[in-house]
Structure formats: structure tokens, C-alpha cells
Design a protein around this ligand. Structure first.
Ligand code: IPE
Ligand code: IPE
Ligand code: MG
Length: 263
């Protein structure tokens, strides 16, 4: 297995760009959006899909390379069976109705998470959607469905152990051994995490991958999140100083040195 194509934020210092290359979003607040309007939670999830369309388009326009959306966590099975069934129905309908449009727009679709729990029809549509869009060069849109950060680390370790049992048995697993088996190995680590809906927690999203991700929390409920809200998150991101363990003075010196060589 070849080394991961993307640098690790803990092994080397990644290049920071004005627009985040990889944006991850915890799309939260659909239920509260509906409740505020005395509508069933269902209505909030429906409107949430419209927000997904808006944000995918806005990210593509702004030059984001990777957008990863948390759609259903490994803990969301704990919800009432009716709501779980409805979310599955919406996922199925989105796969049926949106994939051709994504493909026309040059978007590459990926789905991460334990898909063995999904109905065979959903599994087939995921496989077909990924295959259809695999060669696209535009935005890579990843849907995290039945995804858990702990699951991801464990499935990676399991696959590494199958490929290289000796390294695991010796207790000599290095970061770069495990990284290629993570479900997001095709993407750089997220630069920016956005969580809508006011909660300030990770809820078992990309635990390994977010070692040096910038976090942005907003009270805006997901169905209300739009291009202007995305721009506010990006503006906040641009003001961050990403030190990756170094001091501000070191960053200053590096900037001065770069300006010197440029002059
Ligand atoms: C996020 O909205 C959608 C999923 C988790 C599937 P919620 O359904 O969690 O909305 P709130 O948090 O109850 O408002
Ligand atoms: C996180 O939202 C998962 C998704 C957005 C899919 P939740 O609403 O499930 O998170 P908790 O339970 O409030 O932490
Ligand atoms: Mg929620």
C-alpha cells in the first residue's frame, strides 16, 4: 500500500489557503427549525436537503475542493424508528434524484460510514453514484452516513491488521501506516469544521482527521444556513492563525523570509 497522498498535520506543516480546501459540516438543527414552525421534524429534514443543495453549489463556486457533510451518525439509530425510517427514505430519494445532477456539474460523490447497515437498494445506489462520478474533477462531495469517528479508526486498524499483521503484532503502527486505511484517505484533513444549530461538540464525527481543524460554531439552524452564512464562516476562518504547534513569532519569521525571497 502506497503512502497517503495528503500530508498529515502532525507529521508536516500543511499549506494554509485563504479559502479552506476541505470543509466539513455537522448539519444540525433540522428538528428545532421545524419545531419553531410547529411542523413535524420531517419538514425540517426536507428543508435541510435544500440547504445541502445551496451549500454544495456555494462551495463549488468558491473553489472548495472537498466538502464533507455529516448526514447520519452511528448514534442516530437511537432516534425513534419513525424518524430513522424517514431519514433513510430521504437518503434514498436524494441518491435517486440528485446523483445525475451532481455528475452534470462535475462533482465527485463519496459516501463514508458503515454502509452494511443500509438497505440493499441504498447500498447499490451509493456504489453506482460513486462509480458514475469517480472521474469527475470538480468538488469532491462526501456524505458521512452511519459514520462514526471511532468506527473509522477501528475499521482502519482492522484493515491494516489484515494487510500487515506483523506490524500490528509488534505494536509498531505508525501514523502513516494507518492513514491510508481511514475512510477519508482520498482527501486532505479538514481545514474548517462548521457546526450549525448551536451545539459545540464533535458528536463522533471525524475524530482522527480533525487534529488541527479550525472549528466554527453558529446558532443558525441548518435549514437556514445559506451562502451568506458560509461566507461568514469563511471570513472567520481567514482570521485564524493556524500555528500547528509553533509560536506566532515563528510564523512571523516564516512570512518575512517568504516575502524576502519573493522580493
Ligand atoms: C440534524 O438535525 C439532522 C440529523 C442529525 C440527521 P437534527 O435532527 O439533529 O435537529 P435538532 O438537533 O433536533 O434540532
Ligand atoms: C450530529 O447531530 C449528527 C449529524 C448532524 C448527522 P446530532 O443532533 O445527532 O448530535 P447530538 O446528538 O446532539 O450530539
Ligand atoms: Mg441535532
Amino acid at each position: 500500500m502506497s503512502a497517503a497522498r495528503h500530508p498529515s498535520s502532525t507529521l508536516e506543516i500543511p499549506q494554509a489557503t485563504a479559502v479552506p480546501r476541505h470543509v466539513a459540516i455537522i448539519m444540525d438543527g433540522n428538528g428545532r427549525w421545524a419545531r419553531e414552525r410547529r411542523l413535524p421534524r420531517f419538514a425540517g429534514h426536507r428543508r435541510g436537503i435544500e440547504a445541502v443543495r445551496t451549500v454544495v453549489r456555494a462551495c463549488a463556486e468558491r473553489g472548495v475542493a472537498y466538502l464533507t457533510l455529516f448526514a447520519f451518525s452511528s448514534e442516530n439509530w437511537r432516534r425513534p424508528p419513525d424518524e430513522v425510517a424517514l431519514l433513510m427514505q430521504l437518503f434514498l430519494a436524494a441518491l435517486e434524484n440528485e446523483v445525475a445532477k451532481l455528475h452534470r456539474n462535475g462533482i465527485r460523490l463519496k459516501v463514508i460510514g458503515d454502509r452494511s447497515a443500509f438497505a440493499p437498494r441504498i447500498q447499490r445506489l451509493i456504489a453506482e453514484g460513486e462509480a458514475l462520478t469517480a472521474a469527475n474533477r470538480g468538488l469532491t462531495l462526501t456524505i458521512a452516513a452511519n459514520y462514526g469517528g471511532r468506527w473509522d479508526i477501528l475499521q482502519a486498524l482492522g484493515r491494516l491488521a489484515a494487510a500487515d499483521p506483523a506490524a500490528v503484532a509488534r505494536g509498531a503502527v505508525r501514523e502513516e501506516d494507518l492513514a491510508p486505511y481511514l475512510s477519508t484517505a482520498y482527501a486532505p484533513e479538514p481545514d474548517l469544521l462548521i457546526r450549525t444549530g448551536g451545539e459545540q461538540r464533535i458528536s463522533n464525527f471525524l475524530l482522527w482527521q480533525m487534529a488541527y481543524t479550525e472549528f466554527y460554531f453558529t446558532d443558525t439552524l441548518w435549514p437556514d444556513f445559506d451562502a451568506a452564512a458560509l461566507d461568514a464562516a469563511f471570513a472567520s476562518y481567514r482570521r485564524r492563525e493556524r500555528r500547528f504547534g509553533r509560536t506566532s513569532e515563528q510564523l512571523e519569521e516564516a512570512r518575512a523570509a517568504a516575502a524576502g525571497t519573493a522580493a
